[in-house]
Design a protein around this ligand. Sequence first.
Ligand code: APR
Ligand code: PHB
Length: 399
Amino acid sequence: MSATIRTQVAIVGAGPAGLTLAGLLARAGIESVVLENRSREYVEQRIRAGLLEQGTVEVLDGAGVGERMHREGIVHHGLHLQFAGERHRIPLSDLAAGRNIVIYGQTEVVKDLIQARLQAGLPLRFEVDDVSVHEIDSERPRVRFTHEGAPFELECDVIAGCDGFHGVCRPAIEKQLQVFSRDYPFAWLGILAAVPPSSEELVYVHHDRGFALLSLRSPERSRLYLQVPADERLEAWPDERIWEELQRRVALDGWTLAEGAVLEKGITGMRSFVVEPMAHGRLFLAGDSAHIVPPTGAKGLNLAVADVTVLADALIDWYASGNAAGLAGYSETCLRRVWRAEHFSYWMTSMLHRLGDDPFDLQIQLSQLRYLVSSEAAARTLAENYVGLPVNHSALAPR
Ligand code: APR
Ligand code: PHB
């Protein structure tokens, strides 16, 4: 016999999507239980991107976890595009109505959300096993799981599938979904280095040898990326080789890249992926469980937060007045933003990475880059997408 727990919203996954949703619901007085199959340590150590759109910052403030983010996060008003041996600044805030971005690691966002949840004494269980979702076509969906060897059944009104790309929620409704995807023949090798960033603002580098990106996590920590083949092994990249390759790709007259101890390194595959619709019955998918973007432009976390904002608003309305319109429109509303970000990250990826040996591709990329740094209209398009559309932008209205 399994013990039954009753809640309003069952949240599967304690990544940014699940934890932010739990935070937003708690503020509105809606109960939830968060189930995570990994340990707290694992979730808090996982290194991910670190660029927050202004809209994401506003939502995290609304979830009550803005304090450390505002203290330690670094506000950026521009970025650089480097190609053909020259570096050009794109003044993001000037072009995008004063909006900006904040550099603050996803790992830190997750730590803040977990701490707030546990401090408030709200349910969040790590290291649960055998999670499965049931009766999602009924008004009493259930999540079964085991925890510390004992079986449980979580009875709820709604399930939020925030369990990432490899979770169990999307497969549970697979037959109802249409899948859209694109794989890329390259990956990113990323390092975290103990050295102050050599450029205050991010630098996206187009180079014959492949893409490179200079980013940061703090005034003392640089985050750097290199394009590598999709099937590359990390063992092929000792630290010296990484620095040597970075130096070649990012070199610029009169400027040097400072090196430091490599604290972390990893290879991330690149993929575009969307399922439609993002909901079935009482199961709502949010974040990476419903869509993946390649990392160029750092939209993944921001999309996850935008999804759960829409879901939280819809649930608040539903519990307050019985109005189910928000829940019915959840997928449509989210997919508007999702496809904008899918296009943007695909476009940035295609423009900046070495695609192969075809000289036609190279000329098209260079033409696009020259246009971006010489036309205000073109630069504005990049800026508007990069800083992110406001969460309730009219461009996101139903189709
Ligand atoms: N049961 C419970 N939890 C699960 C299960 C499961 N069967 N499967 C996966 N999880 C957990 C994962 O361990 C992870 O902590 O769900 C969480 C999903 O979190 P993320 O993968 O971080 O996805 P999401 O919250 O949607 O955030 C999207 O994170 O993956 C990055 O680049 C992505 O920045 C983007 C953001
Ligand atoms: C990062 O700092 O991890 C980062 C920044 C910008 C990107 C991708 C990743 O486009």
